[in-house]
Design a protein around this ligand. Structure first.
Ligand SMILES: Cc1cc2nc3c(=O)[nH]c(=O)nc-3n(C[C@H](O)[C@H](O)[C@H](O)COP(=O)(O)OP(=O)(O)OC[C@H]3O[C@@H](n4cnc5c(N)ncnc54)[C@H](O)[C@@H]3O)c2cc1C
Length: 382
């Protein structure tokens, strides 16, 4: 394989790397994506694309195609385990102001949609990046196969355990939030098929995300840092036992799921980091965040759009990368902090505290809630 030294090399073909490649190609900037896995790897789970994310995908001219593969969210509600609404966001209150809907979509469908738009031959799979060097005028990227790829710049989109981040910064591994999440996909539609629903209990949290085509998806959080690896059948039974006090819709979702259609993750995060010279970081490589706001992939997609705009006609990739980092830093850090706060509020460590939390949330004026939601959705300027 050979790439031109004029290319930007992107390490990683997750949502962030693919979105970056698409954003660059839309501006006529040549790039090559290097993926470690033999084919782009997709977890069997859904993802929520919030209104700000869908707006950026619209700007990248892929909004309609994405929407066609997902299910529009008409309402998002957070409830107590007895079904009382704690906070609620209706689509009609934000869609007009943001200019795009929120969407539930299977990750495989999002990946396929992104891949389908890339230029033929720009993706190399099954050959991990194992190192890189910066030199005057660009970078050299080394692959496990022994290949040396020259490029104008390197974008690390290689995820939370990024090798490139480790080489640049040598910083500590990602931090555990002390919570683990089981996600599942069912072959049956949810009872409320166009709503995102969350129930917050005492240290437990269950959510449903809509999917199209008569399917549905859910997530369940438990306050354990690293759950022991169990057989998928035993694991699902374990969660069913923990969630037996939760409302029927949550229990039905667990019961309707094949154990093989579940996947478990410990939730981790780490601080935002930028790059150096002709190397920058993007998506989880730069700012892995807790998923409590459904913004991790959204922020990777916002990164991609800003990066491409900054590279367009820039004096040099290094200058463009620093301008991109400068533009993104404050917003991403703010969202990371909000996600940690949301995780702490959702998993308060005692029964009385969870009762007090519910009372406070129910008492919040709708105006305040809308202001904070709009701040999250509105800060995306690409
Ligand atoms: C439980 C959970 C729920 C979530 N829900 C949502 C949600 O609803 N909405 C949302 O917006 N976000 C959500 N997120 C966050 C979102 O999944 C991530 O932020 C997003 O997938 C990050 O994409 P990425 O491309 O940066 O990284 P990744 O998806 O990790 O992709 C990195 C890619 O790089 C490849 N790679 C790794 N090392 C190398 C190497 N050395 N060389 C080449 N390639 C390499 C990997 O194989 C992989 O393909 C959730 C996360 C979790 C854990």
């Amino acid at each position: 394989m050979s790439t031109s030294p004029e290319h930007i090399v992107i390490a990683g073909a997750g949502i962030g790397g693919l979105a970056a490649a698409l954003a660059l190609q839309r501006r006529g900037i040549a790039c090559t994506v290097i993926e470690a896995a033999p084919r782009p790897t997709v977890v069997n789970a859904s993802i929520l694309l919030q209104n700000n994310t869908m707006r950026v995908l619209g700007e990248l001219d892929i909004g309609r195609r994405t929407a066609a593969r997902g299910r529009r969210v008409a309402r998002t509600s957070i409830m107590s385990v007895n079904g009382r609404i704690l906070t609620e966001v209706k689509a009609e209150d934000v869609e007009g102001a943001v200019g795009a809907p929120a969407l539930g979509i299977h990750r495989a469908d999002l990946h396929e949609t992104l891949l389908s738009q890339l230029h033929y031959g720009c993706l190399v799979t099954g050959d991990p990046v194992i190192g890189f060097e910066t030199a005057a005028g660009g970078v050299a990227v080394y692959l496990r196969s022994g290949e040396r790829l020259p490029g104008r710049g390197l974008v690390a989109a290689d995820g939370i355990d990024s090798l490139i981040r480790a080489r640049l910064h040598g910083d500590r591994p990602a931090v555990s939030s002390g919570t683990t999440c089981l996600r599942g996909v069912t072959e049956t539609a949810a009872e409320r098929p166009d709503e995102v629903l969350e129930w917050w209990g005492y240290r437990l949290q269950f959510g449903i995300i809509p999917l199209p085509d008569g399917r549905s998806s859910w997530f369940a959080l438990i306050p354990t840092p690293a759950h022991p690896v169990l057989d998928p059948d035993d694991r699902l039974t374990f969660y069913q036992r923990l969630y037996r006090q939760f409302p029927r819709e949550a229990r039905d979702s667990l019961a309707a799921t094949e154990p093989k259609n579940t996947v478990e993750f410990e939730l981790r995060h780490r601080p935002w980091r930028g790059g150096s010279g002709a190397v920058t970081l993007l998506g989880d490589a730069a700012h892995p965040m807790l998923p409590n706001l459904g913004q991790g992939a959204g922020q990777a997609i916002e990164d991609a759009a800003v990066l491409a705009r900054r590279l367009d006609n820039a004096a040099s990739p290094a200058a463009a990368f620093r301008a991109y980092e400068q533009e993104r830093r404050a917003r991403v850090r703010w969202i990371q902090r909000q996600a940690i706060r949301m995780n702490q509020i959702a998993s308060v460590p005692s029964g009385p505290l969870s009762t007090a939390r519910d009372a406070v949330l129910r008492g919040l004026p709708a105006r305040l809630e809308r202001t904070s939601v709009m701040r999250m959705f509105d800060g995306a300027h690409t």
